[in-house]
Design a protein around this ligand. Structure first.
Ligand code: ADP
Ligand code: MG
Ligand code: MG
Length: 902
């Protein structure tokens, strides 16, 4: 549009579509979509996210921007038949942020731009309402003062409260034109005092400053925190929407509201939302006055209500999903101000996805794409059991489901501080605002006594999957005194334990016990999804997971070391064990035997110690093979350094010294102390462990292999179908693997012969040392499978030990953007991921049938699962409880769902 090859920084609403979120932001793209659907959207234009990125990089707007804005503003003025800030009949606009990813309430919007001392007269004359004109002006000065001029918003709030108090009222509706004029004067004085300049009287200057302020709000503290939590890229930038104002504050025949096409809490279809008469913008979610349920609108303005219902149905059919809508009614005329595919609870996400399939709006593939592993994980959180000895205090609104127990705290700072020292806390506020975000993240749950299901607390909590009870109006919350009072007079002070139930809205003093939710009971096999017992949530989860299993290519195994875990993993849908650790099998009573093994002075002693351990090991495996009958069980031979099984050096020294002081001599303790000294390592993580141990301690690995083989033989004779796989940890060189492989094959052959059974066991290695990655082609010649130990591989790639560094500097790294998420949580694709890819290619180059899996914790992380799918692994293995999550994400990856996470 702007001629000779120059970048287009500005698009009219008529020029965009919902597919252009990256360029126009979600708000802009959807305003364009609604405009093109012919819905009543006030005209306007969008300045692109490109312009924001330019602005953030250069600290100035692109040179062509001012002209392009003028061009579009002129077109807007023509369409509206008014000029921006015209003293006689002013066009007013809103200047609204809107990034590609939804960040509700995180950045800024300024309404009524174009009002000045002069044009206010025009607005009053045109509308026939002095009050309305002053009300609009005071809103502009406040929002502009706070957002654009950076003045502390409390100063304005306080000035407004003061005027209300002087009038003996607590509602803004009781203020008349004269009072609001007084408010404007006070606001303007605040601006002059804090900025050393008067409130700008040039409409275009207002517009330009507001646009830049929106760009700047991309980097506001709360936006940064929100992005980090939601894993939204830090450099995406926001678009700016300039929209002709429509007015919900023109009297009682006007108003503003929010609507959902389905209940974002449960997924139920219907009319959900809130409406507020004679109000503008954020009033409806800010809890300044009590809203009415949207259904009331039918009685307030039947025509507008009918029209709104029509638009809602239209949007749902068009977006084929739950839509979240902002609208305003100006003297009976309906205007659409925003829509987006609405955030919802995890349960609603599953229910809605299957409802839409049943309604023929989407197919089952799409239903799988519409839900996430994180949401499924939320459905597996425990729920409150009724009863217990906690006392119920009140019931609020069930804003975001979940069961939260913790100490009551009354400020975001306290929440962060207490959570930081390991306390569980519940954040209690009158209402939350974006400054409470850090506290909301730190808390187990959020409780407010004001605001409805669309209040800030509710919307943000749902987005984070955090438990929230809002609008518990019977509670008297006194944040300054750090306590609240229940209707029966009970006073709950900071530090008292409370329980809140986001599914029912109930609030208790004390700790309510929890139980597994229906979805977990379904996974456990206790609820048959086709029976009456199954609720619609269980049925939805069952349908979606069944389909995910059908379409996924990745296998899913579990990390399990006990028969109990193995059995649960199997019920949860695991096809085998990808990592059976053996170290815990050497703890407890068996420590004695390990000590004896270490103290052994000759072969005979050593053999005796091993012989004592062998039958115990065999029992361990027997039960696990039984639980996983017919499915592979990958047993990892002993991995950690041996001194982990020995007494602590200091403790032992003290014991020996005390005995000596008493004149006693404990020979075994003495020798043990010497052994512990001898085995002390500066960097045990990089010391004598894994395959190195197997090579240095004669007979240790052979004993384990024999136990595995004998257990398998016994199962076989009992008619079972054991499928052991033997995995060697920490290999760096093919020679290490060859040596252990030879020993292992010998033991297997011996056991076959002794027991008279046929036994085969795959022998493979973990890939967790960079050298193994680089020489994967060689290592594959001695391995039947690779299993990526991505925990160790991450440590070795970055060169830091998880235990030592997580607390020390991860938060600083997250803050500085070096990580966007801990590499132990989500696989670092660029670094560790590149190594995984390299080892896959190397391994398969010499052994095309090499089986590939991953057994680090990343195997259950949604984002990482997508990577493992892409890189061509055969399976992921994760903790039993994450198995359903991995199944779902493996299905989503196969269907090309965008990515995991929200
Ligand atoms: P957010 O992204 O925080 O929701 P919005 O840009 O949607 O911020 O604007 C804040 C409030 O102002 C919303 O209630 C919105 O509906 C209202 N609003 C925005 N633009 C206009 C407009 N042109 N006319 C009337 N109300 C508007
Ligand atoms: Mg909005
Ligand atoms: Mg390891």
């Amino acid at each position: 549009m702007s001629g000779t090859g120059a970048t287009t920084w500005v698009y009219d609403f008529g020029q965009g579509s919902k597919e252009q979120k990256d360029l126009l932001g979600g708000k802009g793209a959807n305003l364009a979509e609604m405009t093109n659907l012919g819905l009543p959207v006030p005209p306007g234009f969008t300045i692109t996210t490109d312009a924001c990125r330019y602005f953030l990089a250069h600290r100035s707007t692109p040179p062509e921007l001012a002209d392009q804005v003028t061009e579009h503003l002129t077109a807007l003025e023509k369409a509206m038949g008014k000029t921006l800030g015209d003293p006689a009949d002013p066009l007013l606009v809103s200047v609204r942020s809107g990034a590609a990813a939804s960040m509700p309430g995180m950045m800024e919007t300024v309404l009524n731009v174009g009002l000045t001392d002069e044009s206010r007269h025009g607005l009053a004359a045109q509308s026939g309402s002095e009050r309305f004109a002053w009300d609009s002006y005071r809103r502009l000065v406040q929002m502009f003062g706070k957002t654009v001029l950076g003045i502390d918003g409390d100063l304005f709030e306080r000035a407004l409260e003061e005027v209300k108090r002087e009038q003996g009222s607590d509602s803004d509706l009781d203020l008349d034109a004269g009072h609001l004029e007084d408010v404007v004067r006070r606001f303007q004085a605040i601006v002059t005092e804090h900025c050393g300049r008067d409130f700008p009287q040039d409409p275009r200057e207002q517009l330009d400053l507001a646009i830049n302020a929106v760009f700047d709000s991309w980097n506001s503290e709360r936006a940064v925190i929100y992005r980090r939590r939601e894993r939204i890229p830090a450099d995406a930038g926001t678009a700016v929407n300039v929209v002709a104002m429509v007015f919900g504050n023109l009297g009682m025949d006007s108003g503003t509201g929010v609507a959902f096409t389905r209940d974002p809490g449960s997924g139920e279809q219907g009319v959900y939302g809130d409406y507020l008469q004679n109000a503008q913008g954020e009033d409806v979610v800010a809890g300044i006055r009590n809203t009415v349920p949207l259904t009331e609108l039918e009685h307030i303005d039947a025509d507008a209500y009918r029209q709104l219902r029509g638009v809602m149905a239209r949007l749902e059919a068009h977006y084929r999903d739950l839509c979240d809508i902002e609208f305003t009614i100006e003297r009976g005329k309906l205007w659409m101000l925003q829509t987006r595919v609405g955030k919802r609870t995890a349960a609603a996400a599953f229910r809605i996805a299957t409802q839409l399939v049943d309604e023929g709006l989407i197919d089952t593939d799409e239903a799988v794409r519409r839900v996430t592993g994180d949401q499924l994980a939320q459905l597996m959180f425990p729920r409150f059991v009724s009863g217990g000895d906690a006392t119920e205090l009140t019931r609020g609104m069930n804003a975001s489901p979940g069961a939260a127990v913790g100490r009551a705290v009354f400020s975001s700072e306290t929440a962060v501080e207490w959570a930081g020292r390991g306390e569980r806390v519940v954040l209690v506020r009158r209402e939350t605002n974006p400054d409470d975000l850090a506290g909301m993240i730190a808390a187990e749950g959020v409780l407010t006594n004001r605001g409805g299901k669309t209040s800030h607390a509710a919307v943000v909590a749902r987005g984070m999957g955090k438990t929230c009870v809002c609008g518990a109006e019977e509670l008297d919350v006194d944040t300054a005194a750090r306590r609240f009072t229940a209707p029966d007079g009970t006073v709950v002070s900071e530090g008292d334990v409370i329980s809140i139930d986001g599914s029912t809205g109930r609030v208790w003093l004390g700790e309510v016990p929890v139980e597994p939710p229906s979805v977990v009971r379904y996974f456990e096999g206790a609820i048959d999804p086709d029976s009456e017992q199954a609720d619609d949530l269980v049925r939805s989860v069952h349908r979606i997971l069944t389909h995910a299993d059908r379409v996924r290519r990745l296998g899913v195994r579990a990390n399990a070391d006990t028969a109990g875990d193995a059995a649960r993993a199997r019920r949860f849908g695991a096809h085998g064990i990808g990592l059976c650790r053996t170290e815990h099998m050497f703890l407890g009573d068996r420590r004695q035997l390990v000590e004896t093994l270490i103290l052994a002075e000759d072969d005979a002693d050593r053999q005796a110690a091993l012989a004592a351990l062998a039958p115990l090991q065999k029992q361990d495996f027997l039960h696990i093979f039984a639980a996983m009958d017919g499915l592979p069980v990958t047993v990892r031979l002993l991995d950690p350094p041996l001194h982990e099984f020995l007494p602590d050096l200091t403790e032992l020294s003290v014991r020996v010294a005390m005995a000596q002081a008493r004149g006693e001599h404990d020979e075994r303790a003495h020798r043990l102390l010497a052994a512990v000294h001898a085995m002390h390592e500066e960097n045990p993580m990089l010391g004598l462990r894994g395959v190195r141990l197997g090579l240095v301690v004669p007979g240790l690995f052979a004993m384990q292999v024999r136990a595995i083989a004998e257990a398998a033989a016994e199962r076989r004779r009992a008619g079972g179908d054991p499928r052991p796989e033997i995995m060697i940890p920490l290999v760096s060189a093919v020679q290490e693997l060859e040596a252990i492989r030879e020993e292992t094959e010998e033991v297997l052959a011996q056991v076959c012969e002794e027991q008279g059974v046929e036994l085969t066991a795959h022998i493979g290695t973990m890939i967790e040392v960079p050298r193994a990655v680089v020489t994967a082609d060689e290592i594959a010649t001695a391995a039947d499978f690779f299993s990526f130990g991505t925990n160790d591989l991450t440590q070795m790639t970055w060169g830091f030990s998880r235990d030592d560094v997580e607390a020390a500097f991860f938060s600083a790294y997250l803050e500085r953007g070096i990580f966007s998420v801990s590499p132990f949580e989500t696989l670092d694709r660029a670094g560790v991921g590149a190594l995984v890819r390299m080892a896959v290619e190397g391994g398969r180059s010499t052994r095309p049938d090499l089986k590939l899996g991953v057994c680090g914790e990343h195997g259950g992380d949604p984002d990482s699962v997508h990577f493992f799918h892409d890189v061509g692994l055969d399976y992921v293995s994760c903790s039993p409880f994450r198995v359903p999550v991995a199944r779902l994400e493996a299905g989503r990856a196969a269907l090309g769902a965008e990515r995991a996470g929200s």
